[in-house]
Design a protein. Structure first.
Lengths: 330, 330
């Protein structure tokens, strides 16, 4: 994704809305999800988010491995509303393709249904569109919308984030649903079946976007979580920045976690500089939680793989919102 | 859309869900929208629907006329949840393209925002995805999800539909958002700028999908509406059938309404038989409401263009659910 074009689009959307805001809308956190007053109940809000799985669909289509993308999508959406602590209520999918193959469509939707069920989330509906001319025959796109609910008093409180707090990171298993255009450029189709790290490149590329729902709930039961971020397009640099107040900076020490082999491989092949690594790729961190330093150890023991990956520091006026110190030797 | 493939996909989706149903889900009517119990309030339900604008996007992209598709989409979604009498709360859009042009994206989203505002519906969020390889550079797809709310006691009661009831039709202005693959096959690109009915083919093809929200509300204020249908893909034959009990049939008299010129043109060019006309195209009816015969006149006077377009009759065991008598001479 052309990040500059994306940012300009967002700026233009703001202009389009030009201050118009429905009375039911509430302030969100970091733009991961929209909040809407629950009708008849001032203590709760509905939380909604729409997302897709990006060009990961091209790899799935090429390899005819359709099972995972539905789970990728639902898990991505679950994580997006989890940033404001919402529990899923229902999900709707949008599947569009050049020529509808009912068996393939059912396999994709089965993935959505499985992930929904694991979150006690209704698969409430969806749309399957056959659009020759927009998609080539075997190509498809998959997007979805989740609606959840949150108690307003359970919303994270990013304004309470303060210097000295720890940042707990939950491990990524691969690219999740971002960086696939880069990945396809660096790892050509011919190599996908080749051996890589005990499996194949295809396996590594299609590794499923995990849901952090249970891990986050477990951490919240033992530690005070002040702010969270889902590390998607924009990487640590943009996603963490969006969820912090202006007076603090997040400082990550990459030596504190391991980068999944497929991500490391992309960095190597593309000779990616720090900006690219931490903006286009998740670099091994899928979700972050800011907790008081004194509660960081409990937080980490509550979820497998959770680690302190950085700290909150004071931020100077022109200083960056997020800094990542690369691991030694990188 | 290959109707057989579509129906097979739906059958397979059912199999995938294999009886699994979230406790919050409520029975819908005709599959236009999903219903979910409003948390904390047993008297109301959230109503959600996801849809796209089909290959109308190809005509918009080709002609670089992006203003209307956002309104098409929101109005389509509003009508879908209106079938169960829901009022819109919020909407989220999904816009995907080969190469993101922020100006184009903003024009599309502006259309969504305008239509949302007219329905006092929050534009709560959305996703803009740049997906080279899935979409060609100028192509895009646009889908959206609407969430509304309905009082359970205000849900239509299709089981009360009985022989002798009248069917009130609200006029379509063109193809709305269905039949565009057929239209592009029958009216080649070279002709789009040619004069047609005082404007151009392009104008007729891009005529905007209207919202029937205000008309339906006006009719409901003067007549008892037992069942409604939004006439989208599947036409009168499938959409009306989905919203009627098994023991009745809807009988339409096409002489009672006028078919928009662009639709008439497609029928002529494609020499479409009755099945194609009434299944692929709306044939001039955008929305139907079943009312008691004695209240049909008031109903029609409440909304401009509303007409009695058919009746409910008893249905024999093997008889079709919907019959359309063509106009004389057709």
């Amino acid at each position: 994704m052309d990040v500059a074009a994306g940012n300009e689009a967002v700026a233009r959307y703001r202009e389009v809305l030009s201050g118009w805001r429905h009375a039911g809308q509430l302030e969100g956190i970091g733009g991961f999800a929209g909040l809407f007053r629950l009708p008849g109940d001032d203590s709760r809000a509905l939380v909604a988010s729409t997302d897709g799985v990006g060009t990961k669909v091209l790899i799935a289509a090429e390899l005819r491995r359709y099972g995972g993308v539905g789970r990728d999508l639902v898990n991505h959406c679950v994580n997006d509303i989890l940033v404001v602590n919402a529990a899923p209520l229902f999900f709707l999918d949008y599947l569009a393709t050049g020529r509808l193959d009912p068996i393939v469509a059912a396999e994709i939707v089965r993935g959505c249904a499985e992930a929904c069920r694991l979150h006690d989330c209704a698969l409430l509906g969806g749309e399957t569109a056959e659009m020759p001319g927009v998609y080539s025959d075997q190509h498809f796109d998959l997007a979805g919308t989740i609606v959840g609910i949150v108690e307003l008093q359970a919303l994270p409180k990013p304004h309470e984030v303060s210097p000295g707090d720890a940042i707990v990171g939950l491990p990524a298993v691969g690219l999740h649903t971002n960086g696939y255009s880069l990945a396809r450029a660096l790892i050509p189709r011919e190599e996908w079946s080749a051996a890589f790290e005990g499996a194949t490149y295809a396996d590594a590329l299609l590794a499923e976007h995990p849901s952090y729902y249970r891990d986050v709930r477990a951490i919240e039961s033992v530690a005070r979580v002040k702010s969270m971020a889902h590390i998607t397009g924009g990487g640590l640099l943009e996603n963490v920045a969006r969820t912090l107040p202006a007076n603090v900076a997040a400082v990550f020490e990459q030596s504190r976690w391991s980068v999944p082999p497929i991500v490391r491989e992309l960095v190597r092949r593309g000779d990616l500089d720090a900006q690219e690594r931490y903006r286009v790729l998740n670099m091994g961190i899928g979700f972050t939680l800011v907790v008081p330093l004194t509660e960081a150890a409990q937080a980490c023991s509550a979820a497998p793989g959770a680690k302190v990956v950085g700290w909150i520091e004071e931020r100077g006026a022109d200083a960056p919102h997020v800094v990542v110190h690369p691991a030694r030797g990188e």
